[in-house]
Design a protein around this ligand. Structure first.
Ligand code: GLC
Length: 747
């Protein structure tokens, strides 16, 4: 029996969200319930009669991709004032790394290793997005990936589960704030659950085959951390995971997410990923797809209409129960009550004062400064000393482009707010130094060389050539994977031609992924990797190049020498025949008719050294840091105990700077083979030149565990090695023993 809707007991704000949601659910018809499971696409700036009618009939729980404030206001009023129960809408948008103010792409943000800065950026993004009525973002993207061919590495937080978890949770805190009902807070969405970053060959949407132990030890931890951090929603991934697409994968969605992790929040499908179950070949038709996704408790269907078309019949045929649907609806309504949508909608919108915009841009510049990674600095070519320069050349197709530096997923980015590299450098030099600009190429992908002469001429009359090269933003992001991850077009040729002038080159690379830079590395004196640095990229890069701030970024992802090395990552297994410098013989050095076994039998390629071009955690500074006096509070410990690890870090360089201290461990022997290194701690510290500080970490034995062959999480006794330093190739090392529990202690 439907309770009279006019009672509206759910409006009582003293009740908790789930109680209010249950009260409302009791008043809903089956059609209204199924309507809440549907996310419809907005019309991008107006409201079609069809959309308005759907909303009036309660056939929409959410609208995606509407960002006109007045239209959002009308959509909410339609739902609140003209539908029977007046249920507000979730307004979803991809606010991935900024809204109008654009921060570095997430992979660049990860290079800051700064949860605090990342949280601040997410908060600003939420403030800007919520001010026009968006209340749900589809971020953070916390897919682990070790394949820079994959375009969506740009949106990721890199290759390491620990770093990704820490930074993903910082984003969630920024988006959701301390109070999700605060009108500046928006619901976060941890995506894409799960295994999407393991797409074969880095080709987007491709199959992911991941053994359960690898899934549990590498790909799932960031999502578990997000759930534990209180993320409001998750999104199911497009990919086929071990034969069952994630959107219908009941082991992943029910056994792991709902049962093991007790996640009781909203799960939304990806764009038409429910109907794509047919394309995958898992389902015959939309009706089967609706059943498969509902059985996996995918609460809301993004844009496709399998639920709307077929759930009533499936319930009628008793192939799925209405009580099962009720649970899905309850999670959606609880999210809406938790967001305060029933209590302070419509929120209207307010334009931000210019002073607020300036604050946001200042934060974007700070994050961009922290995100850039100095990969090479021969003979201290950087920082550039303005007083020593009469003229500089600024060369490259990305040097004066306000748009390309914003990167992928910037639907609402305001490029009017951008400061590009050329502008940043000109502003920095303030007419004290002559600047010769030459794009050299029409676009980053161009193979036409007619611009070379002007660029060469600019370099020839300059003391230094700052080259801003890399990828246009369209070359990374969703569905933008590359099989060759070198500099596009004839960029390498242009760099070589500029190098021939003898003018020193400072290369700035903007890209959405690691680029195979080995072919031109010898031609440049300094290399600053800027990712796509966002609105204030040019201002940040200029500050770094001219030494107003020292680079501090560290790589969140390994840079390969060649694409053929992929997947290549620091936390690799030792194998039974690990490579070594002694054993490596380059193909070109092999004697003719060399005997079969004369080359050493180790895990390496013949034509490329087994090491990366630049390792995970690597990044140079204008300062120089030395590590010493590694100390452990104990060389032995028991299960359940913690160990204190400390070391002295000295800044023996020429300037004050920040260093990202990293702690790695290795479990020497396990019931499954363990990585040769695993990041277990990091700390960003400021050290003035000449100073020494002591950094310390507390490591609990729970952090030494892993999921074993039995699928259970265990910490196993034995020898552990630890390293502490400024990259994954840290050399300061020690070890400790985790003791075998005493037989009486084992219950
Ligand atoms: C896209 C993406 C997903 C995004 C969604 C809505 O296809 O896979 O990350 O949030 O659709 O735009």
């Amino acid at each position: 029996m439907l309770n009279p809707a006019n009672s509206k007991k759910w409006t009582d704000t003293s009740l908790v969200a789930e109680v209010r949601a249950t009260m409302l659910l009791d008043c809903m018809t089956l059609d209204e319930k199924i309507g809440q499971l549907c996310q419809l696409s907005g019309n991008y700036g107006y409201i079609s009669e069809e959309l308005a009618d759907s909303i009036r009939r309660g056939h929409a729980g959410s609208i995606i991709n509407e960002v006109e404030p007045q239209v959002i206001d009308q959509l909410q009023r339609l739902s609140i004032e003209e539908s029977r129960l007046g249920i507000p809408l979730l307004i979803g948008r991809d606010v991935i790394h900024g809204f109008n103010t654009i921060f570095p792409i997430p992979l660049g943000q990860a290079a800051t290793w700064s949860p605090q800065s990342i949280e601040k950026a997410a908060r600003i993004s939420a403030i800007e997005a919520s001010s026009i009525g968006v209340n749900w973002t589809f971020a953070p993207m916390i897919d682990i990936t070790r394949d820079p061919r994959w375009g969506r590495i740009a949106e990721s937080l890199g290759e390491d589960p620990y770093l990704c978890a820490e930074l993903g949770c910082a984003m969630i805190k920024g988006f959701q704030g301390v109070d999700l009902a605060d009108e500046k807070s928006i619901a976060a969405c941890a995506k894409h659950f799960a295994g999407y970053g393991a797409a074969e060959s880095g080709r987007d949407y491709n199959t992911a085959n991941i053994p359960e132990v690898e899934l549990r030890n590498t790909y799932l931890p960031p999502f578990k951390a997000a759930v534990d951090a209180g993320v409001s929603t998750l999104m199911s991934a497009f990919n086929d995971l071990n034969g069952v697409p994630a959107t219908a994968n009941t082991w992943l969605m029910n056994d792991v997410l709902r049962s093991e992790w007790s996640f009781n929040g909203l799960v939304v499908s990806d764009w038409e990923s429910v109907s794509q179950l047919i394309t995958h070949g898992l389902c015959e038709n939309k009706k089967d797809a609706a059943l498969a996704a509902a059985e996996a408790q995918i609460d809301m269907e993004m844009v496709s209409d399998c639920y709307w078309q077929h759930l009533p019949q499936l319930i009628n045929e008793k192939r799925i129960s209405e009580s099962h649907i009720d649970q899905m609806v309850l999670r959606i309504l609880t999210t809406k009550f938790s967001l305060g949508l029933f209590d302070n909608i419509p929120r209207g919108f307010q334009l931000h004062e210019q002073s607020v915009v300036e604050q946001h841009l200042a934060e974007a510049k700070d994050l961009a400064c922290k995100s850039c990674v100095l990969l090479k600095n021969n003979n201290r070519r950087l920082p550039l000393i303005q007083q020593n320069l009469a003229s500089i050349a600024v060369i490259g197709p990305l040097a004066n482009d306000d748009y390309e530096q914003l990167g992928t997923w910037i639907f609402d980015g305001d490029e009017q707010r951008s400061v590009n590299c050329l502008d940043g450098i000109v502003q920095q030099l303030d007419n004290q130094v002559h600047v010769h600009f030459a794009a050299g190429m029409e676009t980053s992908r161009s193979n036409q060389q007619q611009g070379f002469a002007e660029a060469i001429s600019a370099a020839e009359k300059s003391d230094v050539a700052i080259m801003v090269m890399g990828e246009e933003s369209i070359l990374s992001g969703e569905a933008h994977s590359r099989a060759d991850i070198g500099l596009p077009g004839c960029q390498e040729l242009l760099i070589r031609e500029i190098s021939k002038t003898g003018t020193p080159i400072v290369l700035v690379v903007m890209a959405g992924r690691p680029i195979t830079l080995e072919p031109i590395l010898a031609d440049v004196d300094a290399l600053l990797f800027a990712w796509h640095p966002g609105s204030m990229g040019g201002a940040a890069i200029s500050d770094l190049l001219f030494g107003r701030v020292s680079p501090s970024g560290k790589l969140p992802v390994t840079f390969p020498r060649k694409v053929g090395q992929i997947p290549i990552y620091y936390a690799q297994k030792n194998t039974g025949k690990p490579p070594s410098d002694e054993s490596f013989i380059h193909m070109n050095d092999i004697q003719v008719r060399a005997p079969q076994t004369s080359l050493g039998m180790t895990a390496t390629h013949l034509d490329t050294h087994f090491s990366p071009l630049f390792p995970f955690g690597f990044g140079l500074s204008y300062a120089k840091f030395e590590y010493a006096n590694l100390a452990l509070s104990s060389q032995t410990l028991k299960i359940g105990e913690s160990i204190e690890i400390s070391a002295d870090v000295s800044n023996v360089g020429e300037c004050d700077a920040e260093e990202i201290v990293q702690l790695y461990i290795r479990d020497k022997v396990g019931s499954i083979t363990r990585p040769i290194k695993e990041l277990k701690g990091f700390d960003r510290v400021s050290i003035n030149k000449g100073d020494t500080i002591t950094v310390s970490f507390t490591l609990h034995t729970d952090e030494l565990g892993f999921f074993g062959r039995d699928g259970r999480f265990n910490t196993e006794p034995g020898e552990f090695q630890i390293w502490l330093g400024g990259s994954s190739e840290a050399e300061l090392t020690s070890h400790f023993t985790l003791q075998t529990p005493h037989p009486s202690a084992v219950n």
